[in-house]
Every structure is written in C-alpha cells, then in structure tokens.
Design a protein around this ligand. Structure first.
Ligand code: NDP
Ligand code: 2IT
Length: 446
C-alpha cells in the first residue's frame, strides 16, 4: 500500500475506533485521492481530506415508543451531517437492526462524493435507527416514525438538511415522518424527499435509483460499443432499487434472472418479466413477504441462505446492502463470463472484490456513481418543491438520463488510464472530490 495512504488511514482508524465500514469507505476514496492531492498541493495545505472525514455534526438521540402490546421500546437514532460545502446536507434514512454509527458514517461519507457527482447543489448526510420494521404493524411503524421525527425535526429543514429513504424507509415511512414534521413545525415544506405525488413528491423518484443504475450500465457498455440488449442480468435484493433496476433492464431488452432477500435468492431462467415483477412488488411492498414465495408461485429454484453471484450472467447488479460481494463471489462472476458490475447498493463489493474487477479490466460502476440517480431525482424533487410546481414523467426521466451521462463523463475525465482502461472508482472519487474541495477552500477554515 502507498505509505501516504497507510499513514492517513492509521490516523483515521485511531480517531474512529471500531467503525469498520467507515474505515473501508474512507480507504477506498483515499487510494484515489491521496495521489491526486500530491499533484495538487492546494488541497494538501488546506487539509481538505482530513476535514472531509470528520463529520460537521453528529446527532445521536433516543427514540422511545410504545408497541401494540403496550410495552415501552427504546431505539437508538442518528443523523450524520457530514459536509455542507456545496448545499444542504442530503441523504437517506436507514431503519435496520444492524444500523450503528460506523455504518451511517460510511454512508454519509459516500453521499458527499455521490451528491457532488450529480451536478446538483447538495451536501452529504445520512441517518437512521436500529429499529427493525420487519414484523411491526403499521401503527407501530407510525408511532416509531413520529417519535423519531419529534427529535429530528429540531435539526433538519428544507435549506439545512433534507432526509429521504434508504433500507427500511420507503413511501410509508416518509409519509409518517413528513406528517409529524408538518405538525410540529406548522410548515408545509420540502424537508424530505421521496414524498407521495399528491403532497410534493416527484414522478420517477421511486424508480430513480434502479433506473439510474441501468442507465449507468448502458453508458459503460457504450464504451465497448455494446448495449443492455440481450444481456443476462443477476440482481440481488428485491426492495426499491432491485425492483426498478429489474424493470428498466427488462425495458432495454435484457433478461433479469435473479432477485434475493436476506434469506436467499430465486433463479428464474426465463427472466423476471413485468407480470412477475408485479408479483414481486405486491409481495415486497404490500404483503411484506419473503422472496421464496416467488419460487413457490412460479415453480423456479430457490437457494436458501445464498447470494445470486454463482449464476451465469453478463451483468451483475448488487442492489441489497454493503459487502454482499466478496473476492470469491467476484472470481466466480468473472469465471462465468460477467463483464459488467453496476452497483445499485452502497459499497456492496468489498475491497478484495473490487481488486478482482480492476485486475480483470471489467466495466465496474461503483455505487457512488452508478446509484446516484436516486439522490439526483431527490434533488429534482427539491427544485420542484422550491418552484411549487411538478414536472412530467418524461421531463424528470430525461433529466435523470442526462445526469447519469454527465456522471459517466466525469468518470471518463478523471478515470481514463494511459492504456485506455476506465478506472471508474478513481474517476468518481476524484470527480466528486474536486467540486467539494474547491468549495471548502473558497469558504475558509470552517
Ligand atoms: P429496501 O429496504 O427497499 O430493500 C432492501 C433489500 O436488500 C431487501 O431485499 C433486503 O432483504 C435486502 N437486504 C437488506 N439488508 C440485507 C442484508 N444484510 N443481507 C442481505 N440482504 C439484505 O432498500 P433499498 O432498495 O432502498 O436499498 C438497497 C440498497 O440500495 C442499499 O444499499 C441502499 O443504501 C442503496 N441505495 C438506495 C437508494 C434509494 O433511493 N432507496 C439510493 C441509493 C442507494 P430483507 O427484506 O430480507 O431485509
Ligand atoms: O444512498 C442514497 O443515495 C439514498 N439512499 C438516497 C438519498 C436521497 O436523499 O435521496
């Protein structure tokens, strides 16, 4: 390892003990950025990277609520306000039992670079709770969201910090959170994104992350004069991002053969067409059931406790969670002919898997570039809220496509190596960094 990266990481680890996912996210960026900073000493003197790894503010609070049996429950909750150099803090909320400070810091850190890449004026943040929505009634989820927002409402606002969804936070939760914010503050504002269409939401926001990740894959394929048409795609997850990645990949002529959840994956060699995807959406978004039921319904294989990376595919789209692809998975994918990875999830590939992708010179679109479509359309939702009007589906989708193309161009600009290979991690990290770093320099030591 580059000794400058090693020294920097030793300090980050000493200052942030035990935050493994945060160390991993910082390391991935440091490997691209530290050599770049050496060539651009203004960033070095301003200690820009050292400042960027320290959140501007961390809010940690208790969320007490009463379950349906009348028992008092207590959860931990957080909002990481990471960087506001180019706009209000912006990023999702995750409700999942594994949520802790280190996971949210990794997500907030990634968000800073991702939001910068979108070309829109958004800083980076992330929040959430170790609350597990699984198995809870709607009333329990509502009471939790109301208690959570009662505290969070003091810290956010349409020009300060604008949360949205992530794992475990979808339309239902955003509704309850928005209702409580409006009630407490007596203000109808664009304080959250991912809102319902009737009350300030944007068309295409639910679709945006999955669609964007497919648009990004299409841009990568174009560099090899290829396209999505006729490709076999393995997707993990079966939530928001996975569902709309499936829809768009199918629209562009590809065949999606897998979906998963934390219990296992289904393999449907005929492809998950629109009718079968409707079943998945109903199963996951309304009934809140398990993906195994897909296999039971359509008579296809279900692999309990496994991830879909052993299936033969051209394109892999991890759309579930962090570190869901390891070295062995990456080697299996490549052995089976996979040559494109477009990440719908945040940091789904671990560092060894990334090394395998880069060594094999495949098209590797990392999350902070490939999944930026979601937050990009959140930014467009904020614009529409400020203008007090709504754009059409076509207009938002067109803007999303333009943004994904712009992100791809930024990756080419900073990531194309002397031999012509496009190192997307390097391109996205440097491209995301420059705008934030220049803004921080202009704004002084704050
Ligand atoms: P959802 O809650 O809608 O879906 C999450 C999916 O991932 C579910 O199928 C879930 O399975 C699975 N999953 C979650 N945790 C694990 C785990 N530990 N192991 C295996 N599977 C798991 O979330 P989203 O679709 O919104 O988010 C998916 C990913 O995309 C996350 O990494 C998120 O950060 C990222 N992302 C989301 C954006 C958005 O706009 N929503 C934007 C950009 C990135 P189960 O039901 O069994 O838990
Ligand atoms: O990881 C992400 O980019 C998101 N969960 C979406 C954030 C947002 O503010 O829309």
């Amino acid at each position: 390892m580059d000794p400058r990266v090693e020294k920097f990481m030793a300090e980050v680890k000493a200052k942030n003990p035990g935050e493994n996912e945060f160390h991993q996210a910082v390391m991935e960026v440091a490997e691209s950025i530290i050599p770049f900073i050496e060539e651009n000493p203004k960033y070095k003197h301003g200690k820009i990277l050292e400042r960027m790894v320290e959140p501007e503010r961390v809010i940690l609070f208790r969320v007490p609520w009463v379950d349906d049996k009348g028992e008092v429950q207590i959860n931990k909750a957080y909002r990481i306000e990471m960087n506001s150099a180019i706009g209000p803090y912006k990023g999702g909320l995750r409700f999942h039992p594994t949520v802790n400070l280190g996971i949210l810091k990794f997500l907030a850190y990634e968000q800073v670079f991702k939001n910068s890449l979108t070309t829109l004026p958004m800083g980076g943040g992330k929040g959430g709770s170790n609350f597990d929505p699984k198995g809870k009634s709607d009333n329990e989820v509502m009471r939790f969201c109301q208690s959570f927002m009662t505290e969070l409402s003091r810290h956010i606002g349409p020009n300060t910090d604008v949360p949205a969804g992530d794992i475990g936070v979808g339309g239902r939760e955003i509704g309850y959170l928005f209702g409580q914010y409006k009630r407490i503050r007596n203000e109808f504002t664009g304080v959250l994104t991912g809102k319902g269409l009737e009350w300030g939401g944007s068309l295409i926001r639910p679709e945006a992350t999955g669609y964007g990740a497919v648009y990004f894959a299409e841009e990568m394929l174009k560099t090899r004069k290829d396209s999505m048409k006729g490709k076999i795609v393995a997707i993990s997850g079966s939530g928001n991002v996975a569902q709309y990645a499936t829809e768009k990949a199918t629209m562009l002529g590809a065949k999606v053969v897998t979906l998963s959840d934390s219990s296992g994956f289904i393999y449907d060699p005929n492809g998950i067409d629109n009718e079968r995807l409707d079943f998945v959406m109903n199963l996951k978004n309304i009934k809140r059931g398990r993906i195994k039921e897909y296999a039971d319904k359509f008579g296809v294989e279900y692999y309990e406790g496994k991830r879909p990376w052993e299936v033969k595919c051209d394109i892999a789209m991890p759309c579930a969670t962090q570190n869901e692809v390891n070295k062995e998975d990456a080697e299996t994918l490549i052995k089976n002919g996979c040559f494109v990875v477009s990440e719908g999830a945040n940091m789904p590939s671990d560092p060894d898997a990334i090394e395998v992708y880069l060594d094999n010179k495949i098209l590797y679109g990392l999350g902070k570039a490939a999944n930026a479509g979601g937050v990009a359309v959140s930014g467009l939702e904020m614009s529409q809220n400020s203008l007090r009007l709504s754009w059409t589906r076509e207009e938002v989708d067109q803007r999303l496509q333009t943004i994904m193309k712009d992100i791809h161009k930024t990756c080419l600009k900073y990531g194309t190596e002397d031999n012509g290979f496009i190192n997307y991690p390097k391109g996205a990290n440097i491209g995301g960094f420059v705008k934030v770093a220049d803004s921080m320099l202009a704004q002084g030591i704050v």
